[in-house]
Design a protein around this ligand. Structure first.
Ligand code: NAD
Ligand code: PRE
Length: 279
């Protein structure tokens, strides 16, 4: 199978490693707007060759779109214009705006919208790692709008990646990722900003950052190039959950301010429910 990866960063690069290791792809072409990333991806052996978008689509059976979601929105319609029987897989973190933009496209059936719930806070080709997707969830979005053969071809690969799968509509997907994934990033960005504002001594941050701070602030190391377009496309859902988050923070502030430690205890106990869900 000939594969093209548009966007040879963390997700595209990690996918390339697995496709090569599992011998799913015979040839992997890469496309990237950043020449250095393209060169790096060849040096690291993620892709065989860096090529122009037109060549990648023409010479591939399956094309994975692993660029930030604003670039997916921009690239997807002209990509579908070029497709004959190839399959395009959109791996972006938001779906509603993107799928709406191509809903009437005559080649919509060749598109499979899939979101891997797997990643790290690092980006670029050097961040690519083996086994990123193994055991993680792949969310198929509006799968009924993909041609059956296109969906089957993608699903066969996802099975070889040993991923779990679930199905959602675009609305459901964007709502629930706002509730679980996107708000977690907001919290972490706000935590980093808070600590940087209050603790002016970088030495003290370094000395006192045990695994607690490290684990809660990890997501604040994430790329603004990837996350700003996600918040732009999922703004309404994020604002809704953010309002609740602010209410919870305000409640904790009020409870501490009036020294209501019984309620504070109960709030922590209630939050511990997450332990039963995530085990
Ligand atoms: N990082 C995660 O945890 C994660 C998880 C699941 C899905 N995603 C989604 O996967 C996509 C890629 O994320 P990533 O973490 O791999 O990002 P990344 O920054 O590591 O890689 C993106 C690559 O795309 C390139 N690029 C950007 N705009 C381009 C354009 N217009 N044309 C060609 N190349 C372009 C960049 O130069 C970069 O090499 C995003 O849509 C993101 O929402 C990310
Ligand atoms: O683990 C991380 O660093 C991630 O940010 C991964 C994560 C997530 O929120 O779980 C981030 C965005 C994606 O769309 C999917 C996965």
């Amino acid at each position: 199978m000939n594969v093209a990866i548009i966007g040879v960063g963390l997700i595209g690069g990690s996918l390339a490693i697995t496709l090569r290791e599992q011998k799913i792809a015979t040839r992997i072409l890469g496309v990237d707007k950043d020449e250095n990333n393209l060169k790096k991806a060849v040096q690291l052996g993620l892709i065989q060759e860096g090529v122009a978008l037109e060549k990648a689509v023409k010479e591939s059976d399956i094309v994975f779109l692993t660029v930030p979601v604003d670039a997916i929105l921009h690239l997807l319609p002209p990509l579908l214009d070029r497709v004959s029987n190839q399959v395009i897989v959109d791996m972006g973190s938001t779906k509603k705006t993107i799928l709406h933009a191509v809903s009437d496209h005559p080649k919509r059936g060749r598109l499979v919208a899939a979101h891997p719930m797997a990643g790290t806070e690092h980006s670029g080709p050097e961040a690519a790692i083996p086994n990123l997707f193994k055991g993680k969830m792949m969310v198929y979005v509006d799968a009924m709008n993909s041609d059956e053969d296109a969906f089957e071809a993608v699903d066969a690969i996802i099975e070889q990646l040993e991923m779990h799968t679930t199905f959602m509509s675009a609305n459901e997907h964007d709502l629930h990722t706002a509730y679980v994934s996107h708000i977690s990033h907001v919290t972490s960005f706000a935590l980093a900003l808070t600590v940087l504002e209050k603790e002016k001594s970088q030495g003290r941050i370094f000395e006192l950052a045990g695994s607690g701070f490290e684990s809660t602030v990890r997501l604040a190391k994430s790329s603004p190039d990837m996350w700003t377009p996600i918040f732009r496309q999922n703004r309404d859902n994020v604002l809704e959950v953010l309002q609740e988050h602010i209410r919870q923070l305000q409640q904790i502030y009020d409870v501490l301010d009036r020294e209501d430690y019984d309620l504070f205890y109960k709030l922590i106990k209630k939050s511990n429910k997450i332990r039963r869900i995530l085990r």
